[in-house]
Write a protein that binds this ligand. Structure first.
Ligand code: SF4
Length: 453
C-alpha cells in the first residue's frame, strides 16, 4: 500500500484515533434528533432502519468538532465566560414532568451521566454567561458545507420562509430544547457544580452559530424562550463574511418567527412516536416530512414499511385488487421508471466526466466531431465566477483590491463548464468510406482555436 494511504488517509487516521464511545452509541431520542421526520424516528426506534455513521460521516462530525473547538477558543479569547462545553443536559420530554421525577435507567456513553426515562438526554455545545445581561445562555455551533450555508442564506434573501425554517428545523428544535432545559424544565451537569436546575429563569437566550466551514462566513441567529408562555422566538440575526443582500430584509424574515407552545408541540410529537413504537398507535398516522425525503438515509426502509407512502399520509390510501391489465401496466410503468432512473444516473456520471474533459478545451465554443453515424456537436458554455463581486466596487477601491489581490491572491476564480451534445445524422448520400475517413477529426466551428493545434 502506498505510504500516503497508510499514513495520511482518513482510514489510517481513523484507525489511529480508534473507535470513540460516540461511535458505539445506539440510537436514542435526544434533542439533536427531535426535529427529524416522525417516521424516521419511528423506524430508528423500532430498529427497522439504522442510521449508523459511516467513516465519511464520522469524519464530517470530527471536522465539525474541530470548528467548535476553534470557536470555544475565540469565545474565551474575547473574554466570554464559558461555563461548560458539551454540557450534559436532560430536558423533560413532557412539560408536566419535573426533573425530580425522572427515573435513572442507565448511563450515557459520551459523558458518563445517568440518562433518565421520560427525558431527552443531549449535550449543549456551550453554556456561557452573556456578557451584556450576565445571564446564562446556550450556544449551538454548526459548521456546515457551502451548499447548505448558501441554501439557508438564499432562502433568507428570497424570503422563502417555509423553506428557510425547514432547512434549519432539526437545529432549531435542538437549540430550543436546550433553552427549555435551561429555563428549568430539566437539569444540566456543570463541570464544577454538578447537576443543577435553573428554575428561576423565565426568559432564556440562545444563539445558533452557522459557520460555512469552507470560507469562514458566519450567520448568527439569536433566540429567546419564555417559559411562562412556552414560546420560542427569534430576536436577532447577523450575517458576516457573506453577501446577505439587503440585511434588513434578511432580518425581517427571521424576526417575525415564533413558535408558541414550543415545548408542548415537540413533546406531543415525540409522545406519538413513542406510542407508535410501542404499538399503541398505528404508525401510518405519523406524518411524513416529505421535504426531508430527498436526502433521507432511511428512505429505503420507509418505503418498505410505509408501502411507499412517503409523500402523503397513509390514511389517504385505498387498498385495491388490480385486474390483470392494471397490474401489468403498473409493473411495466414501474420497470420503466427504474430504467429511466438508472439511465439518468449513468448520464449524470458521463456528463461529469464530459465537464472535466471540456476543461482541456481552450475556451467555450462549438466543436464538431465526425463519427460513423454523422456529426456530434458539442456546445460548451463556460462561466467564470469570482469569490468577490468586483462589479459593485467604485473604481478607486477596485484598483486597491486588485493590487492587494496581486500580493495575497485571496480572490478565487471558479470556471464552470456546461456541455451539450447533439447528434446530426449524415445525409443518406454520404459514402461509408467518407464517414470513416472523418471519424477522428474534431473541428472548431466558432469561438476557439482548434484544441488539437
Ligand atoms: S423517507 Fe421521508 S417520510 Fe420517510 S422517514 Fe425519510 S423523511 Fe420521513
Amino acid at each position: 500500500m502506498a505510504y500516503i494511504e497508510r499514513t495520511y488517509s482518513v482510514e489510517a487516521l481513523e484507525g489511529v484515533r480508534g473507535e470513540r464511545p460516540r461511535d458505539r452509541m445506539k440510537f436514542y431520542l435526544s434533542p439533536s434528533v427531535a426535529g427529524y421526520c416522525a417516521r424516521k424516528l419511528y423506524l430508528l426506534l423500532t430498529g427497522q432502519a439504522e442510521d449508523e455513521a459511516d467513516l465519511r460521516l464520522r469524519h464530517i462530525f470530527r471536522d465539525g468538532e474541530i470548528h467548535e473547538e476553534a470557536y470555544a477558543a475565540l469565545l474565551r479569547a474575547a473574554g466570554v465566560e464559558v461555563l461548560g462545553e458539551q454540557v450534559p443536559a436532560d430536558v423533560a420530554e413532557l412539560p408536566e414532568v419535573s426533573p425530580s421525577e425522572f427515573v435513572e435507567s442507565g448511563r450515557c456513553l459520551i459523558c458518563g451521566e445517568a440518562v433518565f426515562e421520560n427525558a431527552l438526554h443531549g449535550h449543549m455545545d456551550f453554556l456561557v454567561v452573556n456578557p451584556e445581561t450576565a445571564r446564562p445562555e446556550v450556544i449551538d455551533h454548526k459548521a456546515v458545507s457551502t451548499a447548505h450555508f448558501e441554501k439557508v442564506l438564499r432562502n433568507a434573501r428570497d424570503r422563502a420562509r417555509d423553506e428557510l425554517f425547514r432547512n434549519v428545523k432539526p437545529y432549531l428544535v435542538q437549540l430550543g430544547l436546550y433553552m427549555v432545559t435551561l429555563s428549568g424544565a430539566g437539569s444540566l451537569v456543570l463541570p464544577d457544580s454538578g447537576r443543577v436546575v435553573f428554575d428561576d429563569l423565565d426568559e432564556v437566550g440562545g444563539a445558533l452559530i452557522y459557520k460555512n466551514k469552507n470560507n469562514g462566513a458566519q450567520m448568527e441567529v439569536r433566540f429567546r424562550y419564555v417559559r411562562s408562555e412556552d414560546r420560542l422566538e427569534l430576536n436577532e440575526v447577523a450575517v458576516r463574511g457573506a453577501d446577505s443582500g439587503d440585511p434588513e430584509r434578511v432580518e425581517r424574515i427571521f424576526l417575525g418567527y415564533a413558535i408558541p407552545g414550543f415545548h408542548r408541540k415537540v413533546s406531543t410529537r415525540l409522545a406519538r412516536v413513542r406510542e407508535a413504537a410501542e404499538g399503541r398507535l398505528d404508525a401510518r398516522e405519523l406524518p411524513a416530512d416529505s421535504w426531508q425525503c430527498a436526502y433521507c438515509r432511511v428512505r429505503e426502509a420507509c418505503e418498505r414499511v410505509f408501502l411507499g407512502a412517503v409523500y402523503r399520509s397513509a390514511r389517504e390510501h385505498s387498498e385495491i385488487e388490480p385486474d390483470e391489465e392494471l397490474r401489468r401496466l403498473m409493473a411495466e410503468d414501474h420497470r420503466l421508471a427504474m430504467e429511466i432512473l438508472r439511465l439518468e444516473n449513468l448520464r449524470e456520471a458521463v456528463r461529469e466526466r464530459l465537464r472535466r474533459a471540456c476543461e482541456r478545451l481552450p475556451e467555450g465554443g462549438v466543436y464538431v466531431a465526425k463519427v460513423p453515424e454523422g456529426r456530434l456537436i458539442l456546445t460548451v458554455g463556460r462561466r467564470t465566477s469570482r469569490s468577490v463581486d468586483l462589479s459593485r466596487l467604485p473604481p478607486e477601491e477596485l484598483e486597491q483590491v486588485l493590487e492587494l489581490n496581486r500580493e495575497y491572491g485571496f480572490i478565487r476564480e471558479t470556471v464552470s463548464y456546461y456541455p451539450v451534445v447533439r447528434l446530426v445524422r449524415e445525409n443518406r448520400g454520404d459514402s461509408p468510406r467518407k464517414s470513416k475517413r472523418n471519424t477522428a477529426s474534431l473541428r472548431l466551428v466558432r469561438g476557439a482555436t482548434n484544441p488539437g493545434s
